[in-house]
Design a protein around this ligand. Structure first.
Ligand code: FES
Length: 189
């Protein structure tokens, strides 16, 4: 096109205005970016939730009764170490028949007393003393009475007691784990 003076007018460069030219496409792109961001955040957040959140069934404060043996097999007044076998759970999986830990039990009449075999200091496995009149930890020589009281060594608290019941002749323990290295007894699952 020519202007009245005969000079050719400069043609405006064609411009692309995405926001006006294709609003549907822009909206779709925004949605994709938002979804991508959520998915990325989820990849990070889920393992954290798995670590922090107790499962609904075995969470902190909830009973988790596990059968550990027959009452008639326990001698009176003599500590016995028993394995605790049950289902290990996390937020997504259940693994059957895993060794969850070990406990010390003492039969007293028709009742049973139970304590975790995990040393409250740093988690080593507590043994019965050679004289069978005390418990001791081989790692840093903490020593406990047969009732579980801390007597010497670095353990910050007594052995951790566990609730026990006898059902149809079977001893069942409410199995729990506790935080290590602190005086306060805090359940961790
Ligand atoms: S872990 Fe038992 S005394 Fe240190």
């Amino acid at each position: 096109m020519q202007n009245p003076g005969g000079d050719e007018a400069p043609r405006p460069e064609p411009t692309i205005e995405p926001s006006r030219s294709n609003p549907d496409r822009r909206t779709a792109l925004r949605a994709l970016v938002t979804l991508g961001g959520c998915a990325y955040a989820g990849v990070i957040a889920v393992p954290g939730a798995q670590f922090l959140a107790p499962s609904a069934e075995d969470g902190q404060g909830k009973a988790r009764w596990i059968r550990v043996g027959r009452l008639e097999d326990l001698p009176q007044g003599e500590p016995r170490r028993l394995a605790v076998v049950g289902d290990e759970r996390d937020a997504f999986n259940v693994t059957k028949d895993q060794q969850l830990g070990a406990i010390w039990v003492v039969r007293e009449g028709e009742k049973v007393r139970a304590m975790s075999a995990v040393c409250p200091h740093l988690g080593c496995s507590i043994d019965i003393g050679a004289d069978k009149k005390s418990f001791s930890c081989p790692c840093h020589t903490s020593r406990f009475s047969l009732a579980g009281a801390a007597e010497s060594g670095p353990s910050p608290r007594a052995m951790d007691p566990l609730d026990v019941r006898v059902t149809e002749g079977f001893v069942e323990v409410d199995f729990k784990r506790f935080r290590l290295g602190i005086a306060e007894r805090m359940e961790v699952g």
